[in-house]
Write a protein that binds this ligand. Structure first.
Ligand SMILES: Nc1ncnc2c1ncn2[C@@H]1O[C@H](COP(=O)(O)OP(=O)(O)OP(=O)(O)O)[C@@H](O)[C@H]1O
Ligand SMILES: [Mg+2]
Length: 297
């Protein structure tokens, strides 16, 4: 099978949640995007291509267990896992991964209008495929200059862009390739995560740096998510902030939860996933996906 054989669903909207920096909040954000869409009445598929960690799959297993224990029904996506190929040769393993990824998209598009793909925190062939077919790319970053480095490097005194970071370069190439094929760009949205209330100076500097990078790299960025303990507590029960209002879960809500939910709602509005869908036709980035060889494929 050639890369050009990758069939894209016509009607589903694909959202890749990605960042080559580990621990930026991709899985947490994926779950919250999925459940926001489900609570809004949409049909949603989740796709796990992080076959090493399987965090989103475990998150959803915990959710299923919670529902069984409490004997309640909560919104739940149709879930898919695409495993890393076990084949030795790079050529065969990429072909194998592409084939399985393509099958997954085609099955998912029959079940949902939205396909949310949680990607790993490193550069893999599957992750490149996911980015290359996404209508929307969502990138959470921890509010730290260390995390910003994968997007771009700024001169510390003038804040001028010195160079794009690895992830920034990957997306820039991807967008350029789409332009060449006369296809719409992916809507790239960067979200500052774990904003601290204590470090106002870092927060201001980060805001300025993200603004500058957004002009260079062409992403949108809106209000971020604050640092909140609740995100870490939700995983074991497979819950999201949105379930906390659900009377059936019996989880009491606090003012902090309400504020967190407001941030999420603002973010979902900003993301605007239910706006005009973008039809990409055939994969824009097959060559791009093949170009840089992923480290672990
Ligand atoms: N806004 C937040 N406030 C507090 N903790 C958070 C927040 N967002 C995420 N976390 C916590 O940060 C850790 C990393 O989050 P998560 O697993 O979602 O990141 P990831 O990008 O998917 O990581 P990986 O690259 O390993 O897949 C988790 O413990 C999560 O609970
Ligand atoms: Mg993850």
């Amino acid at each position: 099978m050639m890369l050009s054989d990758l069939r894209l669903p016509e009607d589903a909207r694909i959202i890749a949640v990605g960042n080559e920096k580990g621990g930026a909040g991709k899985t947490t954000l994926s779950i919250h995007i999925i459940l926001s869409l489900l609570y809004d009445g949409h049909k949603v598929c989740s796709v796990d291509i992080d076959s090493r960690q399987r965090s989103i799959s475990h998150y959803l297993e915990n959710r299923r267990r919670f529902m069984l224990n409490k004997n309640i029904r909560l919104p739940f996506p149709s879930h898919f896992i695409v495993n890393k190929s076990q084949l030795d040769s790079m050529e065969f393993s990429q072909r194998d991964e592409q084939q399985r990824f393509s099958k997954c998209l085609s099955a998912a598009s029959k079940k949902g209008q939205f396909i949310v793909i949680d990607t790993p925190g490193n550069d893999t062939f599957l992750s490149r495929l996911a980015h290359s077919v996404a209508h929307t790319i969502v990138t959470p970053i921890n509010d730290s200059f260390v995390d910003l480095d994968v997007l771009g490097r700024l001169d510390p005194s003038t804040f001028e862009l010195e160079d794009s970071g690895v992830y920034g370069k990957m997306i820039t190439k991807l967008q350029a390739h789409r332009r060449k094929l006369n296809q719409p760009k992916a809507d790239w949205v960067v979200l500052r995560n774990r904003l601290s209330n204590l470090d106002a100076n870092n927060k201001r500097q980060m805001a300025k740096a993200v603004e500058i990078l957004s002009e260079h790299l062409g992403f949108r960025h809106g209000v971020g998510f604050s640092e909140r303990v609740i995100y870490r507590e939700l995983f074991l029960r497979g819950l999201s902030l949105l379930d906390l209002v659900d009377q059936e879960t019996g989880i009491p809500t606090s003012m902090a939860h309400i504020a967190a939910r407001r941030e999420l709602q603002q973010f979902m509005q900003f993301l605007n996933l239910t706006g005009e869908p973008v039809h990409l036709g055939q994969p824009p980035l097959e060559r791009h996906a093949a170009q840089a060889q992923p480290a672990t494929a």
